[in-house]
Design a protein around this ligand. Structure first.
Ligand code: SF4
Length: 83
């Protein structure tokens, strides 16, 4: 049986779009074309996924509250799940 964390992680379809730099302007999030330095842009996977909290503490842990804050693309499966 999978842990609840593994089930939560399985929602991600590994598109990698949320691993690009973003900025907020007037309450809306905008994405740039600049990937996180740890994103493998060929596979769209994080190169340090299991150590990201230690190596890159600015990487936000995805929680239902953060998803509701609007930082993910509208068609991200997490957004659809928490609608
Ligand atoms: S945008 Fe959503 S589906 Fe794509 S990598 Fe990020 S969390 Fe996963």
């Amino acid at each position: 049986m999978k842990s609840s964390l593994a089930v939560w992680d399985d929602i991600c379809d590994r598109c990698g779009r949320c691993c690009y730099e973003k900025y907020e302007y007037r309450g809306k999030i905008f994405y740039t074309d600049t990937p996180c330095q740890y994103l493998d842009t060929k596979t769209n996977l994080c190169k340090i996924y299991h150590q990201r909290a230690e190596i890159h503490p600015d990487c936000a842990r995805l929680t239902p509250e953060l998803v509701k804050a609007g930082i993910l693309p509208d068609d991200c499966p997490y957004v659809k799940k928490t609608d």
